[in-house]
Design a protein around this ligand. Structure first.
Ligand code: ZN
Length: 407
C-alpha cells in the first residue's frame, strides 16, 4: 500500500492507495504438518528468516536495476512486539498493521504488507519473494516477523520507506518527499516539494484546506509567504503623517507605482539562459530593482502600508481578465480598498476603489500579511467583499513545532 504521495502547486497531485495484500491460508487438514516438528521461533530464527527474505527480494530487484532493500531496525522491533501482542496474528487485518505502523512511525508513508502462512520455512520465503510489492522501487526496507499459526508458520512481511518530517530547512537542504501533520485536521500526509515549481499552495489531501503558501526567493531559497515582508520603509521624501487615511494610502501607493516598472519574471535577467521561473522578491529587492511582477509589487506595497500602521494584506487568486494574480487590500476606518499594483499609468484618487461590485472580478484564494496566511471556505460573493472578516477568512493555525523566522 502506498499511502498519500502528493505534491502541490503546478506539481502533480496524487494521493494513491494501492493495496498489496495476500492472505494465503489453506483450509485442508495437513496431516504431514502436524507430524513435522516445528522450528523454534527465537530471535536467531527471526534474524535468519529476514536475512533470507532480503536476499530473495534483492535477487528480484537487482536485475531490474532497483536499489537493494535493507532492514529497518526500529520498525522490525516494533513489528515483532506488535505481532507478539496479537492474540491471533494469522487473523491480522492489514489495515490494522498500517494504522499501527503509521501511528508509531508517521514517516512510514510508503507501506505494503503481506501475511502468509505455510507448512514450512522455504515455502514461506517463496511466497514473500513472489509478492509483487518487493520489486517496487518506492520501498527501501523489508521487515518480517514469523509466528506460529496452529500447525503452520505465519509471516508478516512489510515493505516500507520512511520519509522525513517536513520543514522549510529540510526542504531547502534536500528537497524531495516529506511527511507533514495537517494543522487543520491533524492527519499525517506526504508531500513532495518540486523546487522548480511556481508559488506553492500546500493543501491537505484529507481535509483539502490550504495550510501553507511557499515561494522561492531570488537566491533560490524556499520561504513562507509572510516571511517576504520585511518592514521596509520607502526611502526619500517622507509620506505625510497627517491627512486622511485615504490620502496617506494613496500617497504610498503612488510612490510605489511611480517607482516600480511592471515586469514579468520571464523578462527578468537571470543568471542562466534556460532558467525562467517564478520567484518572489522581498520589498527591498523590488524597490532597488525598481521593477517587479504583481506579487513583488503587492508585497512591497502591503509591507509599506503595514509599516505606516495600516492593516493590509496581499491577496493571491484570480482575476477574470488577467488570470492568476496578486493584489493588495487595505483597511481604513470602516472601509476596505483594493489596490492594483500593476497599473501602467499614474495612480489617481479614482483608482482607490472600495471593495464592491467593481472589484468582483478579483477572486482571492489565499491572503497573507506579515504573520499569517488566511484561507476561506465561504461563498465567493461573500468573501470577495470583506477581506478582513474573521468568520470569512480564517488564519491557518500555526503548528507548535514550526518556528517562524522573522526579521
Ligand atoms: Zn487536513
Amino acid at each position: 500500500m502506498v499511502r498519500g504521495l502528493l505534491s502541490f502547486g503546478s506539481v502533480m497531485l496524487a494521493a494513491g492507495l494501492a493495496l498489496s495484500a495476500g492472505l494465503h491460508v489453506s483450509g485442508r487438514v495437513d496431516l504431514l504438518g502436524i507430524f513435522r516438528s516445528m522450528p523454534e521461533i527465537d530471535a536467531a530464527f527471526q534474524r535468519g528468516f529476514r536475512s533470507d527474505a532480503m536476499a530473495r527480494i534483492n535477487r528480484v530487484r537487482l536485475p531490474g536495476g532497483v536499489d537493494e532493500v535493507k532492514g529497518d531496525e526500529s520498525l522490525q522491533t516494533y513489528l515483532e512486539s506488535f505481532v507478539l501482542a496479537h492474540p491471533k496474528p494469522a487473523d491480522l487485518e492489514l489495515d490494522e498493521v498500517f494504522d499501527a505502523v503509521q501511528g508509531r512511525f508517521p514517516g512510514a508513508q510508503y507501506l505494503a504488507a503481506n501475511l502468509v502462512t505455510s507448512r514450512d520455512r522455504e515455502e514461506l520465503l517463496g511466497k514473500i519473494g513472489g509478492w509483487t510489492a518487493v520489486a517496487n522501487p518506492e520501498f527501501d526496507a523489508i521487515n518480517t516477523t514469523v509466528f506460529r499459526a496452529g500447525g503452520r508458520l505465519g509471516a508478516l512481511a512489510v515493505m516500507s520507506r520512511r520519509i522525513p518530517e517536513f520543514s522549510l530547512h529540510a526542504a531547502n537542504e534536500k528537497g524531495g518527499r516529506f511527511h507533514n501533520r495537517c494543522p487543520h485536521c491533524n492527519e499525517i500526509h506526504a508531500l513532495e516539494l518540486d523546487r522548480d515549481s511556481r508559488t506553492l499552495i500546500l493543501s491537505c489531501p484529507h481535509c483539502e484546506l490550504p495550510f501553507d503558501v511557499l515561494a522561492v526567493d531570488i537566491s533560490g531559497e524556499i520561504r513562507r509567504a509572510p516571511d517576504f515582508f520585511e518592514g521596509f520603509t520607502l526611502p526619500g521624501t517622507p509620506v505625510p503623517e497627517t491627512g486622511s487615511d485615504e490620502d496617506r494610502i494613496l500617497a504610498l501607493w503612488q510612490k510605489v507605482a511611480a517607482h516600480c516598472q511592471y515586469e514579468l519574471d520571464q523578462e527578468r535577467p537571470s543568471g542562466s539562459e534556460d532558467e525562467v521561473r517564478e520567484v518572489w522578491k522581498r520589498p527591498s529587492e523590488t524597490w532597488s530593482e525598481a521593477a517587479g511582477d504583481c506579487e513583488d509589487t503587492s508585497i512591497l506595497l502591503a509591507d509599506v502600508l503595514v509599516g505606516a500602521g495600516f492593516d493590509a494584506r496581499v491577496a493571491i487568486g484570480w482575476n477574470g481578465n488577467i488570470g492568476q494574480h496578486a493584489w493588495v487590500v487595505v483597511k481604513a476606518g470602516g472601509k476596505q480598498y483594493l489596490l492594483e499594483t500593476t497599473l501602467q499609468q499614474e495612480v489617481t484618487r479614482e483608482d482607490l476603489v472600495e471593495l464592491g461590485e467593481a472589484t468582483d472580478p478579483y477572486r482571492p484564494e489565499q491572503l497573507f500579511d506579515e504573520e499569517r496566511i488566511y484561507y476561506t471556505t465561504a461563498r465567493p460573493d461573500r468573501f470577495g467583499r470583506d477581506y478582513f472578516s474573521e468568520s470569512l477568512w480564517k488564519a491557518v493555525p500555526t503548528p507548535p513545532s514550526s518556528h517562524l523566522s522573522k526579521r
